[in-house]
Design a protein around this ligand. Structure first.
Ligand code: PEP
Length: 249
C-alpha cells in the first residue's frame, strides 16, 4: 500500500508570511485533518528553508533545485549537503522549467538525483513531454528516454517520480485522468522491468494544473499516488483540499 504524497512547488513565489499562513491553517484544522494519512511536503524558495524547518518542525520541507557539485566555484548554487544540513528532506530534480529555462540535461538530472540520495534526502525526479511531442505521438519515447538517462545509477528504491506533461504546467490544461494514468502505467511498467518491489512501492505523482476540482479524478487512477502542485499550492485552503482528495482516493 503506497502512502499518498502531495508536494507543493512554490516556484519563485511565497514569503515568510505564506509559510506562517500554512502553519496557522494546519493548526487551525481539526484533529481529523492533522492526522490525514497523506504525506505533505512544501518546497518554498531556498532562502526560506532553514528558518521554515526551525519554526515549523511538524511540517516537511523540500527544495526546488540543487547543484550536483558538493562545493567550489559555482556562484549562486546550493549543494545537497547544505540543504540536508538545514533539515531539507526532498529535492525536485528535472522540473520542466529547469530543463527549458536553465538547460538542465538528463545527465545532470541523474547526477543531482545521486547527490541528493548521497546526502540522505529523497529526489523527486520530474519527467514529461511537450505539446509538440504529444501531438507527434512521441510521449512514450520521451518519457522512457528521460527515465533511462535521468535515472542512470540512481537508487530506484529511494526516489519519487513525478509525471508532469509540460503542456499542462501552469496552463490550466490538465491531462485527463486517462491520459495521466496511461503515462503512469508506462512508468510503473518500466520500473517493473528494473525491480518489481520498487515498482510496487514507488510513489508516482501527477503534476500539471491540479486544482481541488480535478484532483479527486486524477488521484483515483490506479497508478497515481498523489500530486506535485504549483499554482494551487500557494493557497492553504486549496492545497488542503487537494491533500484531502489524495486521502479520499
Ligand atoms: C509545477 O510547477 O510543478 C506545476 C505542476 O505547476 P501547476 O500546478 O501550476 O501547473
Amino acid at each position: 500500500m503506497r502512502q499518498p504524497l502531495v508536494i507543493a512547488n512554490w516556484k519563485l513565489n511565497g514569503s515568510r508570511d505564506l509559510l506562517k499562513a500554512f502553519a496557522d491553517y494546519a493548526t487551525s484544522q481539526s484533529a481529523e485533518s492533522a492526522t490525514l494519512p497523506v504525506a505533505q511536503v512544501i518546497c518554498p524558495p531556498v532562502i526560506f528553508l532553514a528558518e521554515a524547518v526551525r519554526q515549523y518542525p511538524d511540517m516537511v520541507f523540500g527544495a526546488q533545485h540543487c547543484s550536483e557539485h558538493t562545493s567550489g566555484a559555482f556562484t549562486g548554487e546550493t549543494s545537497t549537503g547544505m540543504l540536508q544540513s538545514v533539515g531539507c528532506r526532498y529535492v525536485l530534480v528535472g522540473h520542466s522549467e529547469r530543463r527549458a529555462l536553465f538547460g538542465e540535461t538528463d545527465a545532470q538530472v541523474a547526477a543531482k538525483a545521486k547527490a541528493i540520495q548521497q546526502a540522505g534526502m529523497t529526489p523527486v525526479v520530474c519527467v514529461g513531454e511537450t505539446e509538440a511531442e504529444r501531438d507527434g505521438n512521441e510521449t512514450s519515447a520521451v518519457i522512457l528516454k528521460q527515465l533511462e538517462a535521468g535515472l542512470e545509477g540512481v537508487d530506484l528504491a529511494k526516489l519519487v517520480i513525478a509525471y508532469e506533461p509540460v503542456w499542462a504546467i501552469g496552463t490550466g490544461k490538465t491531462a485527463s485522468p486517462e491520459q495521466a494514468q496511461e503515462v503512469h502505467a508506462l512508468i510503473r511498467s518500466w520500473l517493473q522491468k528494473q525491480n518489481s518491489s520498487v515498482a510496487e512501492n514507488m510513489q508516482l505523482l501527477y503534476g500539471g494544473s491540479v486544482k481541488p476540482d480535478n484532483a479527486r479524478d486524477l488521484f483515483s487512477q490506479v497508478d497515481i499516488d498523489g500530486g506535485l502542485i504549483g499554482a494551487a499550492s500557494l493557497e492553504p485552503h486549496q492545497f488542503a483540499a487537494i491533500c484531502k482528495a489524495a486521502q479520499d482516493s
